[in-house]
Design a binder for this molecule. Structure first.
Ligand code: AMP
Length: 603
């Protein structure tokens, strides 16, 4: 392992490095800096974000440019405004002892004339987003005809974002003999094509394997029903009290919705997506960096510029459409030598994607269970206990101690501790005591009711229904039939078990009334369908079910049918008389107040 001195950097840079507290070069720096310092060459570097790549191209560029000249000599293209600003900031810090250095950022959403003025003052290095750069070239606000070094940072992202034409156009305004340094986390075909087109015999360096995730990040997935995604997200957050996370959603709409719901539920969250104005995005990012926001909910595009070093968790609320994008998402954590966790919330239909991601990142996922309510209460309690243990006493309290002591005169230490902790614990306990098991098992069955829930109560109801395979049903047909007649959602009917002449199925408890009410008078193919609550809620004890089934079966065509009025043929009429019987999900994203967790005093 070399030192920065051994890499051959000059004193101005070494001084800045000391100020920044960098002790030794990172792998990409160790590999790239000597090559770029010692030769005039093109370079392709495969390196994840967070590996120190800005300095890997920044130090050599700063060393090589002539600060006494006002000509623009270096151009760094980056995919987003955030990243552009970040690189500019880093370059300014690295070059703070390079007298006369002027690094200018140009990006959309800010005054173009102000930026042009900055450039005119003499910018040796321009850091730009492709769109604004192209605009300024066409308006002759910049001159890049004499640049000697160009950097394509996060090249895969720039191409993903559709900047290929802009990049081609921009580079056509630069000298043929300049050096191009391309940095990319992944090497899809498009990046290889660009490298071939714009570079001549580039040297190549790879940090880790292509597309590979850094070893600092562990990968976990959680299998839940789609409808439980939001609940799962909240639990993962609650189970990690000191979480500082980015939650990735697929669309701007979902991003906004999840963030709003989190805020409503008492979390310190913010949304980052392309429908926000630059000003709003800046404010959100500022709050996130300052840790006023603990959870940033973001789209992939908006999150590209996020280079915040302390992110503890990346949560994939939904998997990205392009599997390669996962590498970028998970790369937001485990930066600058720290460890991080990348969590994926998946539904059954998506779980196969995990295998594809494993192949790409060359790492194994660990399947984990969404913690249950009691586990969360315990984590929260212990976290509080630790915080209290480590809290420095504020002696301003001393003057109130006499009155407080009087109040607790009769309490033992044990009682006091219990009371004290109950203040926080009870809030979580009350919220989580009726929480259900959100996990779905791998083997095709559902775990949602598999265990007993917190407090030993089950959240789902198991029903007996007097139709079975003799009536032409298999589990899929019965599930579809129930969903249709009851107007239920995709996952509302589960654990469907079809026997010869009867079957069982489950719904959430909250649907019980609706299900039973509907089947009081319903005929299927001329026969009354009878539905009753089965004693066996989880469906585990088959004998009970079977016995019960027999009994019910024996009754088939018996008294009850006769008891009923003939004809409840018109279902819609019946439903109308029932009023709105749509299931109300206490856990949906729709802002039901039941879904709010205890509000905690946020830092
Ligand atoms: P980057 O990949 O360039 O975005 O860098 C990620 C973070 O690592 C930034 O905050 C850098 O300031 C920091 N960094 C870069 N090089 C080093 C180094 N050699 N030692 C410690 N931190 C570094």
């Amino acid at each position: 392992m070399s030192t920065f001195q051994e890499l051959g950097l000059n004193d101005d840079l070494l001084q800045a490095i000391t100020d920044l507290g960098f002790i030794k070069p990172s792998e990409v720096q160790e590999k790239a800096i000597p090559i770029l310092l010692d030769s005039e060459t093109d370079l392709v570097a495969l390196a994840q974000t967070g590996t120190g790549k800005t300095a890997a191209f920044g130090f050599p560029m700063l060393e090589k440019i002539d600060v006494n000249s006002r000509t623009t000599q270096g151009l760094i293209l980056s995919p987003t405004r955030e990243l552009c600003l970040q690189i500019t900031n880093e370059m300014k810090q690295y070059g703070k002892y390079c007298k006369g250095l002027n690094v200018v950022a140009i990006y959309g959403g800010s005054s173009i004339t102000d930026q042009a003025r900055e450039v005119k003052r003499g910018a040796q290095i321009i850091v730009a987003t492709p769109g604004r750069m192209k605009d300024m070239i066409s308006r002759r606000m910049v001159d890049i005809s004499k640049i000697q070094y160009s950097v394509l940072d996060e090249a895969d992202e720039m191409l993903n974002m559709g900047f290929k034409e802009d990049i081609t156009d921009i580079l056509s305004h630069t000298p043929e003999d300049k050096n191009t340094w391309l940095f990319s986390a992944t090497m899809p075909r498009e990046v290889a094509t660009i490298a071939k087109k714009f570079m001549s015999t580039p040297q190549e360096i790879t940090v880790g394997n292509k597309n590979e995730s850094t070893s600092n990040v562990s990968h976990e997935y959680y299998l839940v029903n789609s409808r439980d995604r939001y609940q799962a997200l909240k639990r993962l957050s609650d189970a990690n009290p000191d979480i500082f996370s980015v939650v990735f959603c697929r669309t701007k709409r979902d991003t906004q919705k999840v963030a709003e719901q989190l805020i409503e539920d008492g979390y310190s969250a913010g949304a980052l997506h392309g429908d926000l104005s630059q000003n709003q995005r800046d404010l959100v990012m500022k709050s996130f960096r300052n840790k006023q926001i603990q959870t940033l909910v973001a789209t992939d595009v908006a999150a590209r510029g996020i280079d915040v070093d302390d992110i503890t968790h990346v949560i994939n609320y939904q998997l990205p459409d392009e599997i390669e994008t996962y590498t970028h998402r998970s790369g937001r954590t485990g930066r600058a030598g720290k460890t991080g966790v990348s969590m994926v919330i998946v539904s059954k239909s998506e779980v196969r994607k995990i295998k594809s991601i494993e192949r790409i990142i060359k790492r194994q996922f660990e399947k984990k269970d969404i913690p249950d309510g009691m586990q969360i209460c315990e984590v929260q309690l212990m976290s509080l206990a630790n915080k209290i243990h480590n809290t420095e006493v504020n002696h301003e309290i001393d003057k109130y101690l006499t009155s407080i002591n009087e109040l607790f005169e009769d309490s033992t230490k044990d009682e006091l501790i219990k009371k004290f902790f109950s203040v926080e614990f009870t809030r979580f306990y009350n919220y989580y005591q009726k929480s259900k098991n959100l996990n779905v098992s791998d083997d095709g069955g559902r775990d949602r009711d598999g265990g007993r829930d917190f407090g030993g109560k089950s959240n789902s109801t198991r029903y007996f229904i007097n139709v079975g395979s003799k009536d032409g049903f298999d589990w899929m047909k019965l599930k579809d039939f129930l969903k249709e007649v009851l107007e239920l959602g995709r996952d509302d009917v589960f654990k469907v078990e079809v026997k010869d002449s009867f079957s069982f199925f489950n719904t959430e408890n909250e649907l019980k009334e609706k299900v039973l009410a509907f089947f009081t008078d319903y005929k299927h193919e001329g026969r009354f369908v009878n539905v009753e609550v089965s004693e066996n809620r989880g469906g585990g004890g088959r004998r009970n079910d079977r016995n019960r089934g027999k009994r019910r079966d024996d009754r088939k065509g018996g008294g009850r049918r006769d008891d009923r009025n003939s004809g409840f043929g018109n279902r819609s009429e019946r439903r109308r008389s029932d009023g709105d019987s749509r299931p109300r999900r206490s856990d949906s994203n729709s802002g039901n107040s039941n879904a709010s967790r205890p509000r905690r005093s946020r830092r």
